[in-house]
Structure formats: C-alpha cells, structure tokens
Write a protein that binds this ligand. Sequence first.
Ligand code: NAD
Ligand code: MG
Length: 364
Amino acid sequence: MSASDTIRIHLPDDRNYEIRIGTGLMDQAHSWQGLPKAGAAVIVTNVTVAPLYAQRLREQLSAIYPRVDVVTLPDGEQHKDWASLNRICDHLLGEALDRKTVLFALGGGVIGDMTGFAAAIYMRGVSFVQVPTTLLAQVDSSVGGKTAINHPLGKNMIGAFYQPVRVIADLDTLDSLPDRELSAGLAEVIKYGPIADAGFLTWIEDNLDALRARDKRALAHAVRRSCEIKAQVVGQDEREQGLRAILNFGHTIGHAIEAGLGYGAWLHGEAVGCGMVLAADLSHRLGLMPSQFVDRLRTVIERAGLPVQPPRLGGERYLQLMRVDKKADAGAIRFVLIEELGRAGLHAVPDARIVETLAAYGAA
Ligand code: NAD
Ligand code: MG
C-alpha cells in the first residue's frame, strides 16, 4: 500500500522543488523519476541507517543512474565534522565523479546537513536529494535549505544555504526509529502550533497517541503541516533576517540546557520541549498569555514523552549560557514568546524575569 502527498516549494531562480510525504515512497519508481540526469548517483548515509535502507534505495536508483555508490559515515553528531565532509569529497574526487553527479542524503538531520553542504561545495555545487529518515529531519532539517557541519568552537558554524532538488519523506522509515528519537521529533512538530497555527496544536493534542503509535495517517498530517509552516516562514525569510527566528521558539533555553549538560546528554528535541515550557511561562509572566496556556503546553509536551523538568544548572549559569547563544544581543536576552495562540515574536526579557521562571521550575 502506498499513499502520498506533495508540497511544492517556490523559490526564486528556478530552485523550486517538491517535498513528497507518504508511505512506500522509497520502493516506488515514481519517487525517483524526473530528477536531474547524471552518470552517477551517490548515496550518503551512516552505519545505522545503511543496513536498514541503503540497499533498497540503491536498487531504485540503479534503474535510473548507470552507477550508484554508497558512502557510509560513522553515526553521531560528533561526526558532523570536517573529517566526514572530507570523506564525502574524497570519494567524489577519488572516483572522478563529475559535476552532474546527484547526491542522496539518506538519514537524519546530521546526514542531511552534511550531504547538503558537500553538495553545495563539490565543484561549486551539485544537485542533492533529501531522503530524511528521522521525524526531526522530515519536519524540520530537510526543509529550509540550511546545511552545515560543526566546528569545535560552535555547532553548525561552517555551512551554506543550499536547497535540495527534491525531498522524499517515506513515513515507513520511521518504524525503525527509537522511541526517544520519535519524541524528540515531536517537540519540533508541537512547536509549529503555538508559533503559527492554533488549530494544529489542537489537532496534535487529539492525535498524540496515534502519533506515538506511528499511525501513518496521523504522521502524514503532522509532517505535511509542519513542512508547510516551515516552508511558509522560510519562504518569507530564506536567509534568516528576522521572521525565521520564530522557528527558534523554545530554543534559547533549549540550547542552554544542551550546552550546560554537555551536548548529547539530552537530545535536541528534549531540550527544546523543556525550553518551550519555560518560554510559555515567560510569555505568561510578561502578560502575553494566560496561565492556562502554560499548563496546556506542558501537558502536551509531557504526553509526547518529553522531559518538562529543566536541569538545575543555577540561574546565573543559565543566563551565562544564553548570553553566548548567537540569538542574544548585547543587552537583555531575547526570546521567542507566544503573543497569542498561533502568533510569536521576539522579546527582550529582563534577567530577573528569566530567573523567576527558572526558579518556578526548580532550575535556578
Ligand atoms: P540524527 O541525524 O543524529 O539521527 C538520530 C539517530 O537516529 C541517529 O543515531 C541516526 O543514525 C538514527 N536514525 C536515523 N534514521 C533512522 C531510522 N529510520 N531508523 C533507526 N535509526 C535511525 O539526528 P536528527 O535528530 O535527525 O537531526 C539532528 C541534526 O539536524 C543536528 O545536527 C541539527 O543541527 C540538524 N538540524 C538541522 C536543521 C536545518 O535547518 N538544517 C534543523 C534542525 C536540525
Ligand atoms: Mg530545533
């Protein structure tokens, strides 16, 4: 059985592309037809995802491309670095693959970001296709055109804006995803409700159990609506001049939690989930939202299987961590706050208010 849905992304300079969302897409010839013609395709993946899906994708692509290679990288955020990027470039150059070569990013956000960056710089740019296999990658990282690797001095500090030629989000790949990774992806799904679509938040509340049970109809709607909202926001602000910042709801405190505990202790989505609860509390404290909103958001985040109790790092440490975050200005720390359900904006928040919120959650 297979069913799919297509979102068309419109960008200047003929860079339009489609996001296809559905079940059975990986094994369907139609998913791979109509891509740029080339002598070779290169699947970039990692040691966890390769045994699950690389052979299946390779079979499909072999019907279209005379040559299909697989580059298998180590798994993990710590490998989103120059060494992995070099391994991709070494393969492309070592095999003398030309500028028509099409790259396929098969994996989560780490593989998507690295493959996209490799595609942006190899011979000044080759085509690439996103084949996201985590919920986070399907609802967030594969849309929007940000690509990057990490540097020891900062996450995602070396990168480029570069768009894929297509995104194939096969919901069946989520069946093999660990529960914890699924919940982390749900944090970014939940995020889109309060910042852009009150009705979507209600829909998530009504369908959360189905989502956690990986019901394909529920996942299809969640991925579709998330991609639409992200594409709409990014479409108005491709290079992050302003509006795109609302996508960082929950991320200011989230990044502080990730950095404060040491990267990897909490998954990004877990930190963002908790960060959204605290940002909701700040929205209430600044008189923008009623207290019921804070309770509502905390409940849905908890039901998604995410932590809602921030680690006790201490108020001063939190402030220090948030000041070094790139979203902070010289003066007061700026937060994405909810102004009404479905609308968010950036607000400078006095330190005292932040510490009040942290103290209310036992984290100061
Ligand atoms: P990830 O890529 O590390 O994947 C999480 C884990 O799941 C990994 O161990 C991976 O090997 C495994 N995995 C992937 N697909 C699987 C499957 N179908 N079955 C079983 N296991 C599977 O993490 P992620 O959460 O997907 O992405 C996080 C990355 O995305 C970060 O590096 C972040 O910076 C980046 N990101 C980028 C953007 C953007 O706009 N470009 C947005 C958000 C996040
Ligand atoms: Mg995020």
